[in-house]
Design a protein around this ligand. Sequence first.
Ligand SMILES: N[C@@H](CCC(=O)N[C@@H](CS)C(=O)NCC(=O)O)C(=O)O
Length: 212
Amino acid sequence: MTEAVLYDYWRSSASYRMRVALNLAGIAFTSVPVDLVAKEHKTPEHIARHPQGLVPVLEIDGLRLTQSLSMLDYLDRTRTMGLLPEDPARRAAQTALAHAIAVDIHPVCNLQVVAYAAEITGNREGVREDWMKRFIRPGLQAVETMLGGFEQSPFCCGDTPGLADICLMPQMYNARRWGVEVSDLPRILAIEAACADHPAFAAAHPDRCRPA
Ligand SMILES: N[C@@H](CCC(=O)N[C@@H](CS)C(=O)NCC(=O)O)C(=O)O
């Protein structure tokens, strides 16, 4: 079988999610960096891979997949990863946790969104940091409250990493990058520590994946 290929960017949250999931599934993959700062994601070559001009893109099983949540669902169903429980009610609750991050916090903090916010406010010094703090902190505070409905032992929803952990860890990387206050979010901090100790997460960390 052809090895999987992940078109990704070291600092991209959605790419980080996919690196974690591929590692958890034990799928060997080649990373092809797409430099967002150099706008490589807007080249015709990349748009041909991803009509939205975003990363990541995953080539696997003869398919070319976009949208990290769809890719995670594909891996979960084809590799039986157990990222979500079968029980519909528990599944809905855990999906809500992942979506609170990946669907609500992440998109407003995307590179092109923040760049535009900075542009229309005259590129005031510190505007990017302010924007990130404005959206990431309340988003994570809500996630902290939502986590109260789950038993952490030690991951978001149990003793194995699931969809919510895969979404949370990259969001925490981004929170720390932008200096967001997180010290009063104990559940999230405990999950972050557990994930940091897990080899699949450690190998996917941006610092380990930054092109030389
Ligand atoms: N919903 C998409 C989001 C993908 C996305 O927003 N990727 C970001 C990096 S995390 C990107 O390519 N940003 C480029 C830009 O903002 O110009 C997914 O989950 O795959």
